[in-house]
Design a protein around this ligand. Sequence first.
Ligand SMILES: *Cc1c(COP(=O)(O)O)cnc(C)c1O
Length: 223
Amino acid sequence: MSHITEEIRNITGSLPQGVRLVAVSKFHPESSIEEAYAAGQRVFGESHAQELSRKYGNLPKDIEWHFIGHLQTNKVKQIAPYVAMIHAVDSMKLLREIDKQAAKAGRVIPCLLQIHVAREETKFGFTPDECRAMAEEGEWKALQHVRISGLMCMASNTDDMEQVRAEFHQAYELFLELKAGAFAQAPYFTERSWGMSHDYPIALEEGSTLIRVGSRIFGERMY
Ligand SMILES: *Cc1c(COP(=O)(O)O)cnc(C)c1O
């Protein structure tokens, strides 16, 4: 059994009910994706619009492509016709552009709001207070072609697993607060996208429903 097949089986075999694996294939060749596909994996994550479009064009059409990275507004148009979910929405401006391009493509695109919980200054995302304000302000309700399906976050890049746990926990608490509050009338607000190769077991304990795992499956990326 290849390493890719083995890891796909190990990870998916250990997931609780209702949790899905997003296999993060950015910077990895199409042959690696085909191997994971043969092992039964159908959900893949990419973080560059151009690379994603090329892979979308060349690979089986029943793959569910998730855009997981920082998305620039001028790249939305390229992926709107087919992308299954956009994980890292970090501004109203981006959400409006996704709505506009989804309308042109005749689609409704599920989106997640990226929450900044990590210590690092450089990470994108809404602070919890910005997210609350945006949810309560309510402009999103008028956007007919996006569906805010939940939250996404990245923990600090640290070996301190208690720090990581506290950050996932903060995101989970915010999710529950919004689910009971501004999103109480939104039954589709259900997803929590957190957990990567080194921290997904902790993310699962802190309520993740989508784990985004790359290097553990596909090996180290060549940046
Ligand atoms: C690259 C990436 C991942 C996967 O990271 P690994 O450590 O390789 O598992 C997950 N989420 C985002 C947003 C990424 O950019």
